[in-house]
Write a protein that binds this ligand. Structure first.
Ligand SMILES: Nc1ncnc2c1ncn2[C@@H]1O[C@H](COP(=O)(O)OP(=O)(O)O)[C@@H](O)[C@H]1O
Ligand SMILES: [Mg+2]
Length: 232
């Protein structure tokens, strides 16, 4: 069975309809999208700006009310309102790591809090797991006392990936995760995703408008255009 199975996914943004004379505007974005991601697979998604790549990622993360089926291990966690179940399996990493992190909280506390929220009650265990996560994302122990505001963009993105790993996800949705980084920091993050797949077997939906990065990293690539998906 596929790790992620997306069947007949459609989505439209509906806005407006304010007051009795208001009009609704409906903007269809995804029409009957179908694809699978296998366990440990890196699946690339490309497409022009505004074609609905982020919308697709948000549907998989359970953040939008879509039509169709999104199954993880054959079940539809986004539909069951079991947010914890979905969080444990699918996590997101986004474009702007600076905005995603509290700028003044030391990194050890930031990861420690995330671990506590994930249900890890023992402080020593949280400390050990923090060290393990930092090692996985290629940061040394000296960052623990530092604050996000003191880190480079690449280091911040590594911390964001570390936060995603807190939940031991099986799938990471990386939406333009290297797009705000300079070329060398971006290349290092691509290699980190590849390492994490090797070490943890975690699958990746790698969304980017950067064709070169997508082809470098991905096992398979699909392109979104006019609301429909086709394999490249
Ligand atoms: N919250 C929203 N409300 C209405 N329209 C939106 C919203 N978010 C995105 N859109 C529109 O949906 C389309 C797809 O957006 P998006 O998924 O962000 O594309 P991409 O990530 O491929 O650039 C765009 O035309 C965008 O303007
Ligand atoms: Mg986008």
């Amino acid at each position: 069975m596929a790790l992620l199975s997306v069947k007949n996914l459609s989505f439209a943004y509906v806005s407006g309809n304010l007051g009795p004379l208001g009009k609704k505007t409906v903007k269809p974005v995804l029409h009957d999208v179908n694809f699978n991601i296998e366990e440990g697979e890196i699946f690339g998604l490309v497409g022009e700006s505004g074609t609905g790549k982020s919308t697709l990622g948000k549907c998989v993360l359970g953040l939008l009310d879509y039509a169709g089926d999104i199954l993880i291990d054959g079940i539809a966690p986004g539909r069951t309102k079991q947010r914890k179940l979905l969080a444990a399996k699918v996590q997101g990493v986004f474009q702007n790591p600076g905005a995603a992190l509290n700028p003044v909280m030391p990194i050890a506390r930031l990861l420690g809090e995330a671990l506590r929220i994930s249900g890890m009650r023992d402080k020593d265990e949280r400390g050990r797991r923090t060290d393990e996560i930092l090692d996985l994302v290629g940061l040394d122990g000296s960052v623990k006392k530092r604050r996000a505001a003191e880190l480079s963009s690449g280091q911040k993105q590594r911390v964001c990936i570390g936060c995603a790993l807190v939940f031991r996800p099986r799938l990471i949705i990386a939406d333009e995760a290297v797009s705000s980084l300079d070329v060398s920091a971006g290349a290092q993050i691509l290699n980190l995703f590849s390492d994490l797949r090797e070490r943890l077997g975690v699958a990746l939906l790698f969304i980017s408008h950067n064709l070169e990065a997508v082809h470098y990293l991905s096992d398979r690539v699909a392109s979104l255009s006019g609301g429909t998906l086709s394999m490249v």
